[in-house]
Design a protein around this ligand. Structure first.
Ligand code: PNS
Length: 159
């Protein structure tokens, strides 16, 4: 299973989902209900809907959500592995601690996949910042997400 905030999903996330879909028989992409440290820009329903639309073409990918501990969720759905994306070496420092903690709590290992190098600098937070300041993010997110960003901004106005 591939967990994340997906606020919003980026081409980097989609790249990891595509790689996981090719390696594993079945992939569950799971949106955390309340991302830590911040209130999400997109609601849970919006994040799940965007992921559904972006992963429609993969026959072996389903979208779900979870609240609370990832370790409890993977035990509940009896996932074999947790998949995480690595962009740069600095990601690994925190991810290593998460992987050890999740394995200690659940017995489930974490496997890391590297997204395409073209997305090594792409993160959901940077996408939101650039977009809300008027920058062009079309290269970094799926069309579905870009449309949802436009819709959100027309409702909310610029941050
Ligand atoms: O997309 P993100 O924000 O990098 O994803 C972070 C996520 C959802 C993987 C992480 O915040 C998480 O696992 N949250 C669930 C709470 C939890 O289990 N915390 C302890 C992690 S060892």
């Amino acid at each position: 299973m591939y967990p994340g905030s997906f606020d919003p999903p980026t081409n980097g996330h989609l790249d990891v989902i595509g790689r996981a879909s090719a390696v594993f028989e079945r992939v569950t992409v799971a949106v955390v209900v309340n991302p830590q440290k911040r209130s999400p820009y997109f609601s849970l329903d919006e994040r799940e809907a965007m992921l559904h639309r972006c992963t429609n073409d993969y026959g072996n990918v389903r979208v779900d959500h979870f609240r609370g501990l990832l370790a409890d969720y993977v035990k509940r759905i009896t996932a074999d592995v947790i998949v995480k994306g690595l962009r740069v070496v600095s990601d690994f420092e925190s991810e290593m601690a998460f992987a050890h903690m999740n394995r200690s709590l659940s017995g489930v290992d974490t496997i890391f996949l590297m997204a395409d190098a073209n997305y090594s600098f792409v993160s959901s937070s940077l996408i939101k910042e650039v977009y809300l300041q008027g920058g062009d993010i079309a290269k970094y997110v799926p069309v579905v997400v870009l449309e949802q960003m436009h819709q959100k901004r027309s409702v909310n106005g610029r941050a």
